[in-house]
Design a protein around this ligand. Structure first.
Ligand code: GLA
Length: 635
């Protein structure tokens, strides 16, 4: 792997290239000749189900969870795919210090009290399994969980001595994973990260509650002070334990580092889903923020590995039954960007109007489309967005989103859909099921905060092939070229509130700014080479490598290449290379800023994995060099 270099301001000026021998030994740009992500059995489409957290926080109990499970079955939601029933924080009593075994708070999970034996979730998971559902559990990568810092009033906090209250995975990975999966029969695990984040030596929470301090690996607010490799190593250890414990591969691994530690770049290599942002709250602006952190990472999700903007908050606050426009928008947006759909509401008392939202089979089908291509932003502004997702059968799904508080007009063009503008486009409204057709373009009037969502059929603009930006699920950004970490400013309401107005307020700390994008540059600009704009292509930094599955068995790869006009590095030159199953098929001459786009094409007949690589020729500047694979397509 390309080693990401964390620069402190002092070290920044001293960065030099690795010595040649070393660079060669681990050349990150060498073709792999294969798809390097693990082939995962589970989560081939985004996981769906219910979680206790947004409904009950730590006031979770067995009756509430089984009530939700029963409602999933009775309402037909389970049949639509909502099968994971996840217990979040609040279930534990303590860790027994004699042998390290975790004990369940049987007062709230009575079926876990097995007479004469250790407490066990087996009766509970058996019950869920008998209902045709799957069971999820929650833990933390550190010694202590989030509730132990943030829910101090809760009656359901772990009890006992300092050691007994250390219920997280740290130092117990194999034991706990074995307990959860082998002994208790869970199918899904969410691993939170407060234990490596908020229990700093000398902090008030440690002092006041007698916890063992943990020097933070994740430092909120500073990506530069976060130990990315250290965080990743801990999660990798869990991944290995999961693999060992579940030889049949029947598990889902959910990483919950809230977008920190650059997880938005490496999450796909370790787990099935990774949170891209801080916690969602039932507020419109927070929902926008969470949405943006995942919507701009379209090239990093694919079958088995999903961006997670957090669980649904439909039913609460700005998304309650009195705000159905907002609730529907929240749902349609999560659906089209392939977010996991985890309901966070007390389903026992759910009004029909909300059940109808989660139960919209057409929108669920968009989310669960087997090709797994995340929706791509086809038009972007502060006020309105158009998001387009390619479906397995060649149709598109499109969401028209009014982010603001005023009515908005959105002109949908055939070009947004990558359809020919001379042929009719047929639309089906997935809310009211009406159909309509247009040629060229059509205007829509949107209410404040409304999202319209359609499936669309038309004649493809590229009749004999597919643009790479249409198939993010078949792309793996193996090396994205980001040599230094940059915090992502392009998220809505980047300055948030977590703790009232007493502290300095939250700032985004996600990193990933400069990551690869479909139909945009890594910094959100329009693709443009030497003054010529392109509405499709892959925008990426130089020194990058992308693996492409030739799913359609295409014969040619065609593109126009060049240094993007938005680059900050105006000096260095870049060579564009195309490989098929590890073999060099085509390359450009070295190209620099201002040179007109040049065609590059390769015969990829019979090739399973195509790799597109950009290498710099010489290196005189550390500034990011933005390159564009314009109109890149398999034909
Ligand atoms: C963190 C997570 C939430 C939830 C709580 C539980 O905040 O991000 O999703 O699991 O912890 O305490």
């Amino acid at each position: 792997m390309f080693k990401r270099v964390l620069l402190s301001t002092v070290a920044a000026g001293l960065l030099i290239a690795a010595p040649p021998a070393l660079a060669q030994a681990q050349d990150p740009l060498a073709p792999a000749g294969r798809w390097t992500l693990p082939e995962r059995k589970q989560a081939r489409t985004p996981p769906m189900g219910w979680s206790s957290w947004n409904a009950f926080r730590t006031e979770v109990d067995e009756e509430k969870v089984i009530g939700a499970a029963q409602k999933l079955v009775d309402s037909g939601l389970a049949k639509l795919g909502y099968v994971y029933v996840n217990v979040d924080d609040g279930w534990w009593l303590k860790r027994r210090t004699t042998d390290g075994r975790l004990e369940i708070r049987t007062k709230i999970f009575p079926s876990a009290a097995v007479p004469g034996r250790d407490s066990s979730f087996r009766p509970f998971t058996d019950r869920l399994h008998a209902m045709g559902l799957k069971a999820g559990i929650y833990t933390d990568i550190g010694r202590n969980a989030c509730s132990q810092a943030y829910d101090l009033h809760s009656p359901n906090l772990p009890e006992g001595t300092t050691a007994e209250r250390e219920v997280g995975l740290y130092g117990h990975v194999d034991q706990d994973i074995g307990l959860y999966f082998r002994e208790w029969g869970f199918d899904y695990i969410k691993v939170d990260a407060c234990g490596i984040n908020v229990y700093a030596p000398g902090s008030a929470v440690v002092r006041d509650n007698g916890y063992r301090p943990f020097a933070p690996l994740i430092e909120q607010g500073s990506i530069n002070r976060t130990d990315i490799a250290g965080v990743r190593a801990l999660y990798e250890k869990v991944a290995q334990a999961l693999e060992k414990t579940n030889p049949d591969g029947d598990y889902v691994f959910s990483l919950c580092t809230w977008g920190s530690a650059d997880v938005r770049s490496w999450g796909k290599e370790v787990g099935n889903m990774w949170r891209t942002s801080a916690d969602i709250t039932p507020n419109w602006t927070r929902m926008l923020h969470n949405f943006d952190t995942a919507a701009t990472r379209e090239l990093y999700a694919k079958p088995g590995a999903w961006n997670d903007p957090d669980m649904l908050f439909i039913g609460h606050g700005d998304f309650d039954a009195n705000h159905l426009t907002e609730a529907r928008s929240h749902f349609a947006l999560w659906a089209i960007i392939n977010a996991p759909l985890l309901i966070g509401y007390d389903l026992r008392n759910a009004p029909q109007s909300l059940l109808d939202i989660w139960g919209n089979a057409d929108i669920v089908a968009v989310n669960q489309d087997p090709a797994g291509h995340q929706g791509v932003i086809a038009y972007d502004s502060d006020d309105v967005q158009i998001i387009v997702k390619t479906l397995a059968d060649g149709r598109k799904a499109v969401a028209l989103f009014n982010r603001g508080l005023a009515p908005a007009k959105i002109d949908l063009t055939a070009a947004h859909l990558k359809f020919a503008d001379s042929a009719p486009v047929r639309l089906r409204d997935l809310w009211d099921k009406s159909t309509t057709a247009f040629t060229g373009e059509k205007s829509f009037a949107l209410e404040p905060r409304q999202t319209l969502i359609f499936t669309a059929e038309g004649q493809r603009r590229l009749p004999d092939g597919i643009y790479l930006s249409e198939i993010p699920g078949d792309l793996n950004v193996a090396v994205d070229g980001a040599a230094t970490l940059e915090q992502d400013p392009m998220v809505h309401r980047m300055i948030g509130q977590w703790n009232g107005t007493r502290d300095t307020g939250e700032r985004p700390y996600y990193a990933g700014w400069g990551g690869a994008r479909a139909d945009a540059t890594p910094y959100g600009q329009t693709l443009q080479i030497a003054g010529r704009q392109f509405d499709t292509g892959i925008g990426i930094l130089a020194r990058s490598r992308v693996e492409i599955r030739n799913t359609g068995g295409h014969a040619r790869f065609e593109t126009l290449v060049g240094v993007d006009d938005s680059t900050r590095n105006l000096k260095d030159k870049v060579e564009f290379r195309v490989y098929g199953d590890g073999q060099l098929l085509a390359k450009s001459t070295p190209m620099g800023f201002g040179e007109a786009a040049r065609p590059l094409s390769a015969d990829v007949r019979g090739k399973k994995i195509i790799e597109i690589v950009t290498a710099t020729v010489g290196r005189t500047s550390d500034l990011p060099l933005v390159v564009t694979w314009a109109n890149a397509a398999l034909r």
